[in-house]
Structures are given as structure tokens and as C-alpha cells.
Write a protein that binds this ligand. Structure first.
Ligand SMILES: [Zn+2]
Length: 404
């Protein structure tokens, strides 16, 4: 098998390619323009997007570090997932590789970092990306099950990258709560500067409502470190568990005093209304997230994260979140990079039809996107509006949530 075939990018999170209406307005593939060429209109939009923000507070809370382990990084991807037996996943993988501009590169792990550094170099001085580690599946008895895992990105690799470029990156560890050493690993990560803990519950085999998480929750609360947990349906990664992405399952973490960041504001799929009971009706995960957000007792503990909300299949939640200005003080921006480089799942033109962007803005965003998907994501979100509402500046000035 070729090295690049190992790149199991389907683990990157939330592409949802199978359920996402596709748009071809800027072609299918990221042209990876370098050096960047934003055009005059693009440059104007970029300047406007950063205007009025404290750049040192701009931390992108959801940026994936990817590797295949071909450069002493310890990263790993599951070769099963890259086989011809899984054609859809092979196609997804190609999209992700193209999004990150690393197709055919060896060593791929270095190429990914090089590109990330280039993209970051286009951000204003002071802005940072928070790089995510990604733990493997564990059974409830603590058994490590690498074969159940799509993708592994070690804590130590994320830490090393962040420590190598402290002016560019922060890091977020990933620790499975069923690990027998979960508390010790958390202590170590906190000591080494991890800013949060990343979970992708359906892909890692975590039930956030399980008592097996309690000692981990207690330790997170002790350190004051937040958990960034994917919630909502998971369409990009093979999921072996039902309903663990249900946002109501995160109440257990909140009840233990943990600060919780709900990734993507749980904006895909349906979950069981557990407040009615285990056999309760099916309700949209976003509505369940909204219920939690509106419970006053979690006000200082629960926040939402808006990465991926601009994808074609999440438009209703995006609109709702922009309109809920009372939530904006509790929303954090992330890009879910490299997903903004997957061209067919975003459509600036649809935002024009829906009145969220002007056609001039959409045209400028087209040029930005070909050179820098990170900037595309940021500038797009800064310009979106629903009526008189747009995302408040504080949504993008996220640093103090982690380092306040
Ligand atoms: Zn992600």
C-alpha cells in the first residue's frame, strides 16, 4: 500500500459528505494557490474581517493536526478504512488530502505542517490555532482497541508542534475517559499546557452519560480544563454506538462541574429526548443543545462552538445561532480545518440567495478560498448576517475562555 493511502482522513470529524448537498460553484477540487492571490476584493474583505478585533485573542478552537506517521510523529491511520472495499471513504480521503494540499507528498506529516504554517502566516500577528490530538477507541473496561479506530493523533505530537511554534499554536489533548491511566494522562497534559480535552464520542466509543466517566470529570473540574466534545450525528467517521452524540448526555459532565464546549452546536441529526425517558421521542440534536443552553444553571459552564456550521447541510442551525444574539457571549469560533478546503460542501452563492451575504462578498470569498481555506472560513463567518444580526466580535475573541 502506498503511504498516501494511509491517510485516513475520514476521521477528521464532520464532513458528512454522504448527507451534504454538494455545490460545484468553485469547482470540485481545491487548487491550492500558492503564493496566495486574494485579489483586491478579497484583500478588502480580509481587512474588514479583522478590523475591530483584538488579534491576540483570536484562537481558532478547532484545527486538526493530521499525520500518517511517516515522519516520527506517532500518528496513525487505519489501513482498513483506505481499502477499495470502502469506496466512499476513499473518495472522502481524497477530498481531505486535497483540502490540506498534501496529495502525493512524502513525508506527508511534514507536508501537512508546512502547509498549515503557510496558511497561519497569512493571519494577523497574534492569532493562533488550537491543534487537536485524537485518542483511540477504548472499551468500557479500559481495553485499548486500535482496530476500532479510524485515526490516532498522539497528545505528544500535538504538544511538540505547539511547543515548536508557540507564537502560532496552542494544543488540545485527547484522552479517553475509560483509560485506566486517564487521570494521570490528564495531569501530565495539563502540566504541559493543554488548553482543553477533545472527544469525538461516536468514533472513540465514549458515552458521556456513563458513570465510567466520573473520575475523569472530577479531575477535569479540579483542573478547570474544558472538554470539547463533538455532539450531533457523526457522518464522516464509522460509528459503532448509537446516540452517544446526543447533547443531553453531556449533562453528566456539567453536573460534575466540568466546562463543556459543544462542537458544531450539535447541528446534525436527531437524538432521543432523554428528559422524557430512554424511549422518548426523537428530537433534533440542535434543539436538545438549545434546551441545555437555555438552562440557567449551565450559563457559566456550557458553551457552543461554531465550526462546520457554514457547511451546506447545517444552514438552519447557522441561521438560528446568528439570530440567538443572547448566546453570542457563549459561542466560540473554530474552523475544523482542513474541512473548509473541501470545496463542494460550502456555497457562498447559497448564502447570497438566502440573504446572508452580498454577491460582492461571495465573489471575494471565492478568491480567498483558492489561496487560504482558513481565511475563507473566518472571513465568511465575519460577514454573515441574518437581518440586523451577525456574530458578535466576542465569538472570534476566544482566548480568554481558555486562558482567562
Ligand atoms: Zn473536527
Amino acid at each position: 500500500m502506498k503511504r498516501r493511502d494511509f491517510l485516513q482522513l475520514t476521521a477528521l470529524g464532520t464532513l458528512g459528505l454522504t448527507a451534504c448537498p454538494l455545490s460545484m460553484e468553485h469547482g470540485v477540487w481545491n487548487p491550492c494557490v500558492h503564493p496566495p492571490n486574494y485579489g483586491r476584493l478579497g484583500r478588502d474583505l480580509i481587512a474588514a474581517a479583522f478590523d475591530g478585533l483584538d488579534h491576540s485573542k483570536i484562537w481558532d478552537v478547532h484545527a486538526h493536526l493530521v499525520g500518517v506517521g511517516d515522519a516520527d510523529t506517532g500518528a496513525w491511520t487505519n489501513p482498513d478504512m483506505a481499502s477499495a472495499a470502502h469506496p466512499l471513504q476513499m473518495l472522502q480521503r481524497r477530498f481531505y488530502m486535497n483540502a490540506a494540499c498534501v496529495e502525493g507528498e512524502v513525508p506527508l506529516d511534514f507536508a501537512y505542517l508546512r502547509r498549515l504554517n503557510e496558511l497561519h502566516g497569512e493571519l494577523p500577528h497574534g492569532a493562533k490555532l488550537m491543534l487537536l490530538a485524537f485518542d483511540v477507541w477504548h472499551d468500557p473496561d479500559g481495553t485499548r482497541r486500535q482496530e476500532m479506530t479510524t485515526f490516532y493523533l498522539p497528545n505528544d505530537y500535538a504538544r511538540r508542534v505547539a511547543w515548536s511554534w508557540p507564537e502560532r499554536y496552542e494544543w488540545i489533548c485527547s484522552i479517553h475517559p475509560y483509560r485506566t491511566d486517564c487521570v494521570e494522562e490528564l495531569d501530565l497534559c495539563v502540566e504541559r499546557g493543554a488548553r482543553a480535552v477533545k472527544w469525538l464520542a461516536p468514533a472513540m466509543g465514549i458515552d458521556p452519560a456513563s458513570p465510567d466517566c466520573d473520575r475523569f470529570y472530577e479531575r477535569c473540574a479540579h483542573h478547570g480544563i474544558p472538554i470539547l466534545s463533538h455532539a450531533g450525528a457523526e457522518r464522516a467517521v464509522e460509528s459503532h454506538l448509537e446516540d452517544v452524540g446526543n447533547p443531553l448526555r453531556l449533562r453528566r459532565a456539567l453536573e460534575h462541574g466540568v466546562r463543556v464546549i459543544v462542537a458544531h452546536c450539535a447541528s446534525l441529526g436527531d437524538g432521543v429526548d432523554l428528559d422524557v425517558g430512554p424511549d422518548g421521542p426523537s428530537v433534533s440534536n440542535f434543539d436538545l443543545f438549545a434546551r441545555l443552553m437555555d438552562e440557567p444553571r449551565w450559563e457559566g459552564q456550557l458553551v457552543g462552538e461554531i465550526s462546520a456550521l457554514t457547511q451546506n447541510n447545517r444552514a438552519p442551525a447557522l441561521r438560528a445561532v446568528i439570530e440567538r444574539t443572547d448566546w453570542h457571549g457563549r459561542l466560540l469560533n473554530g474552523s475544523d480545518y482542513p474541512l473548509p478546503g473541501v470545496f463542494p460542501i460550502f456555497s457562498p452563492r447559497n448564502f447570497v440567495s438566502d440573504g446572508l451575504l452580498t454577491s460582492r462578498e461571495a465573489a471575494g470569498l471565492g478568491a480567498i478560498r483558492e489561496s487560504n481555506p482558513l481565511l475563507f472560513d473566518f472571513v465568511l463567518k465575519r460577514h454573515l448576517r441574518v437581518g440586523d444580526s451577525r456574530f458578535a466580535d466576542s465569538v472570534f475573541e476566544t482566548r480568554d475562555f481558555f486562558a482567562g
